[in-house]
Structure formats: structure tokens, C-alpha cells
Design a protein around this ligand. Structure first.
Ligand code: NAP
Length: 498
């Protein structure tokens, strides 16, 4: 019988083994007998090779006209469209989320790639009148050089594409380190990029652990920018590592997002939204609706309907089209979620309304399946109110009125996404203004970002940058101001213009 396929690193346009000669397994979280692939367990030596390749390729790639770079990305996007089903199935197998969602993940990569291909013809600067005669002033963007991307497992193709496509269109070269749990989706993306004409060395992929591959990448002086998505804990370490050299550092981190349901809300719509927001991707989204703040007049009505729907969710292998929620991505992720379920049960005053453990028996024994879980009467001060769980757990939090709902919403270390359900247009606009997050929805849950709007968060979610849209170009380039004096004389700014 043939064993699982072995995959290599991608350096300087070649598929190469790690210098360590060590590998790791990519395991299907819905069926741990299924080894999805064998990947390279790389170290500093492979990092060095990849950075050499990226630094060398940068010399030519930065000079390729941006519209030409865009044409290559356009071909990449068309190819992802063609291969969408295969890529989605591979992703469900390695990551666990249901097929409709992995198709959405791949679609995000398509959208982002087409969007950034178009930016090849739109890297606008400004022309600005000089204060001196016979002098011309303008602004232009310049790339940063080698950009490093460190990506998480929950959006294994979308997030790498959010980083790689804007970096490439700006003329940077790339080294990407995928999450250890989901290297195949990045492999698939990089393979397509290679086959569709990205030149050797422009995109490089090194698989392996955060410590052995991530840190050497971050600490290398040749790197112009680090773009990281993952936990706030690792993001802080990366920020500290970048500080001594003032290295550009773009961080997208944790969330504890809330839906606010007002007393005039369409409750059935809110139940649908909360179900999707809390348990889509098994709750493993940075934008997951993990706090549901409900006006006390409709608290009981919402809770009864919501819990009934949560109990009916079908959990299992995401490749089965009847399944609505897949497994946790790994055993350690499942154990962390189970820990929070235990903590929730022990919180003084919180009530377990459904779920609260893992599924066992039959096919469940082969995977990491946690129950969709709801805690009621959650209040500030409880750990499940404040801490990101990143799994199939959500909180119901009563609020006496709009003002208290806003106070509860903003009582959070993170600031990624929030939403309000109300029929009152005035309240909707007030909430848009009053909640301090990077993303806000009205009459929709906290998930559902589109690639042509900026994505990112405030407080401990981010460090002031935004991903996607034209804002992503700011991450991967710097402005240069250019003055052209055609007077033939010396003209001194602030002096000769008087
Ligand atoms: P994580 O543990 O922080 O890992 C993210 C990436 O960092 C992985 O590639 C990981 O490699 C790598 N890494 C780990 N330790 C490192 C180190 N010391 N130095 C350099 N790299 C290191 O996060 P995760 O568990 O994959 O993802 C979940 C978190 O991501 C949640 O907090 C979620 O909210 C956040 N997230 C945020 C957004 C957003 O846009 N705001 C989007 C998605 C997810 P290994 O896989 O090898 O450990």
C-alpha cells in the first residue's frame, strides 16, 4: 500500500528537502488514521537558504513593472478558480472545517488575488505643487524587500493570500511559514504560483515549527517586514523581537467578539446569525461571535430558541455534506477548549445551557470533536467572558439596556469585530460609533469580511495596520517623497519662497 505523500520546502524555484532530514505528519483532525501528508521539519539552515533566495530574487522582481506582476497574479487567480474543489477538499481534510466553508476560504484567496492583480495598475502616488517655482513634487511607493509571512491554521489559504498577494504586487519577495497543522493548503497555493509563472526565489515556503523556523525568520537582518497572524501571545513576542532593529511588523491577533441583541431585534434572524457566528469553523475564527449580549427583555426568548438550534447542530467529518460543524483542528486545541468548558462550569454564576464536553463513541473516537456549548448568565470578571477560547463555546450575557450593552461590548482586551441586531436605525448608527473595534456589522453576526474592505482590529487584536483592500499596500510598501528642481539654480525650501 502507498504511504502518505511527502512534500518538500520550496526554495529558489525548487522543491527541496530540509537540511535536517526530519519530517512531521499533517493529520486529518476528523480521522486521525488519515495522514494527509508528510512535511519538512526545517530549521535555521533552511531559513537561511530561503532568505538568500528571496534577497537575490528581489533585485530583479522589484524592477518588473507592477502591471506585469499583476498579470502573473491574474493567472494565479484563474488557476485557483479552476482548482477550487480540489483545494477545498484538501483543506477540509487537513483542517476539519466543513466543505462549504473551505470553499469560502479558497474563494477569499481568489478574491484577494484578483484584487491585488488589479492593484498592479493602480499604485497611485500624488503630484503636489512645490512652494518654489520651477520645481515639481510627487510621492511614490517603494517595496520593503524580503517580507516574511507567518500564518495560522484556521484560514490556511485565505490568510497566506491576504499577505502574499499585496506583498508581491508591491515588488517584494516572500518567505512564508505555514502553521504546522495546515501546511498542505500553503503548499497548494505556492505550487500554483510557481506553475503560473512567479519567478524562482520570489516566493519561498519553509515548513516547520514556530520556534525553529518562525523565530530565525523574524530575527534575520535581511528581512524588511514580518506579517503575522496568530495569537496575541506570539504576536507580542514577535513585536519585541522586531523592536531592536525597528523592523516593520504587521500583527493580526486574537479576538473576543460580541453580538448585541436589542429588545426590538428580529429574534429569529439573530438566532440564525449567532449560530453561524459562534459555531462556523467550529468557533475557530478570530472573528467568532463568542459573546452574545442580550437585552434582558428578550434574553429568555433568545436563549430558548438559540439553545434549541445549537443542540440540533450536526457535528462530524466536514467532507460529509450533511455535517454543519467539524472537529477542533488538533488534540491540543481540543484540550484547550475542553479546559475552558471546565472553567465555565466552575465560574460562580455561569450556567451551562448545552454541550460542555467532547463527543465520544464510534467514529468520534478517531477525531477531535467538541460539543457546541453555550453558557448563560455570563458576567464580567469571569474568565470565559474575557479570554479567547477559539472553539465551540459561546457566552450569553444579559444587559439592562443599550448603554450597558455598549459597556459590556467594550469591556474587552481585544477589538476585532462586533455587531448589533436592532430595527432602530438610530441605535444602529450609535453602536457603529460607540463600539471600539476594527469591524462592525448591523443585523449580521461578527463574521463575514470581504476582501475589498480593510480587515483588522484595535487594542490587543492588532498594532494599527489593516489587512486586505488598498490598506494592505501600506503594510508592504513605504512612501517616498520626490522633489525635482528644473530651475537650474539653487532654491532653498522655507527660505527662498519668502
Ligand atoms: P499561534 O499559535 O500564535 O500560531 C500562529 C503562527 O505563528 C503559526 O504559524 C505558528 O507556528 C507560529 N508561531 C508559533 N510560535 C512562534 C514563535 N515563537 N515565533 C514565530 N512564530 C511562531 O496561533 P494559532 O493557534 O495558529 O491561531 C489562533 C490564533 O490566531 C487566535 O488567537 C486567533 O484569534 C488568531 N487569528 C487572528 C486573526 C486576525 O486576523 N486577527 C485571524 C486568524 C487567527 P506553528 O504552527 O508551528 O506553531
Amino acid at each position: 500500500m502507498r504511504g502518505p505523500k511527502a512534500y518538500k520546502n520550496f526554495i529558489k524555484g525548487e522543491w527541496v528537502k530540509s537540511r535536517t532530514n526530519k519530517t512531521f505528519e499533517d493529520i486529518n483532525p476528523a480521522n486521525t488514521d488519515d495522514v494527509v501528508g508528510i512535511f519538512q521539519q526545517s530549521d535555521q539552515r533552511d531559513v537561511n537558504d530561503a532568505l538568500n533566495a528571496a534577497a537575490e530574487a528581489y533585485k530583479k522582481w522589484r524592477l518588473v513593472p507592477a502591471p506585469k506582476r499583476g498579470e502573473i497574479l491574474y493567472r494565479v487567480a484563474q488557476r485557483i478558480v479552476k482548482d477550487k474543489e480540489r483545494l477545498s477538499r484538501d483543506m477540509t481534510r487537513e483542517m476539519g472545517k466543513v466543505l462549504v466553508e473551505t470553499r469560502g476560504d479558497v474563494q477569499e484567496a481568489i478574491d484577494m488575488t484578483f484584487y491585488m492583480a488589479g492593484e498592479g495598475r493602480r499604485q497611485f502616488g500624488q503630484t503636489i505643487p512645490s512652494e518654489l517655482p520651477e520645481k515639481y513634487a510627487m510621492t511614490m511607493r517603494q517595496p520593503l524587500g524580503v517580507c516574511v509571512m507567518i500564518t495560522p491554521w484556521n484560514f490556511p489559504m485565505a490568510i497566506p493570500s491576504w499577505k502574499m498577494m499585496p506583498a508581491l504586487i508591491m515588488g517584494n519577495t516572500v518567505v512564508v511559514k505555514p502553521a504546522t497543522d495546515t501546511p498542505l493548503s500553503v503548499f497548494n497555493l505556492v505550487q500554483i504560483m510557481h506553475e503560473e509563472g512567479i519567478p524562482a526565489g520570489v516566493v519561498n515556503m519553509v515548513t516547520g515549527s514556530g520556534g525553529a523556523v518562525g523565530m530565525p525568520l523574524i530575527n534575520d537582518k535581511r528581512v524588511g517586514c514580518i506579517s503575522f497572524t496568530g495569537s496575541t501571545e506570539i504576536g507580542r513576542k514577535i513585536s519585541e523581537a522586531c523592536a531592536p532593529e525597528f523592523k516593520h511588523c504587521h500583527l493580526e491577533m486574537g479576538g473576543k467578539n460580541c453580538i448585541m441583541i436589542m429588545d426590538d431585534a428580529n429574534i429569529d434572524l439573530a438566532v440564525d446569525g449567532a449560530l453561524w457566528g459562534a459555531f462556523g469553523t467550529t468557533g475557530q475564527r478570530c472573528t467568532a461571535s463568542s459573546r452574545i449580549i442580550i437585552h434582558k427583555k428578550v434574553y429568555n426568548k433568545f436563549a430558548a430558541k438559540f439553545v434549541e438550534r445549537v443542540k440540533s447542530l450536526k457535528v462530524g467529518d466536514g467532507l460529509d455534506p450533511s455535517i454543519q460543524m467539524g472537529p477542533a483542528v488538533s488534540e491540543s486545541q481540543m484540550n484547550s477548549v475542553l479546559d475552558y468548558m471546565r472553567i465555565g462550569k466552575e465560574e460562580d454564576g455561569a450556567k451551562l445551557l448545552c454541550g460542555g464536553g467532547r463527543f465520544t463513541g464510534g467514529k468520534y473516537n478517531k477525531g477531535w470533536f467538541t460539543m457546541p456549548t453555550v453558557f448563560g448568565d455570563v458576567r464580567p470578571g469571569m474568565r470565559i467572558f474575557h479570554e479567547e477560547i477559539f472553539g465551540s463555546v459561546t457566552d450569553l450575557i444579559p444587559a439592562k439596556d443599550y448603554d450597558e450593552a455598549i459597556e459590556l461590548a467594550n469591556n474587552c482586551a481585544y477589538g476585532l469585530s462586533a455587531s448589533i441586531y436592532t430595527q432602530d436605525i438610530n441605535l444602529a448608527f450609535r453602536a457603529m460609533r460607540d463600539v471600539y473595534t476594527g469591524i462592525f456589522y448591523v443585523n449580521a453576526p461578527t463574521i463575514g469580511a470581504e476582501t475589498h474592505l480593510p480587515f483588522g482590529g484595535t487594542k490587543h487584536t492588532g498594532n494599527g495596520h489593516r489587512e486586505a483592500c488598498v490598506q494592505a499596500l501600506e503594510v508592504f510598501s513605504e512612501w517616498k517623497s520626490v522633489y525635482v528642481d528644473f530651475s537650474g539654480t539653487i532654491q532653498r525650501a522655507q527660505i527662498d519662497n519668502i
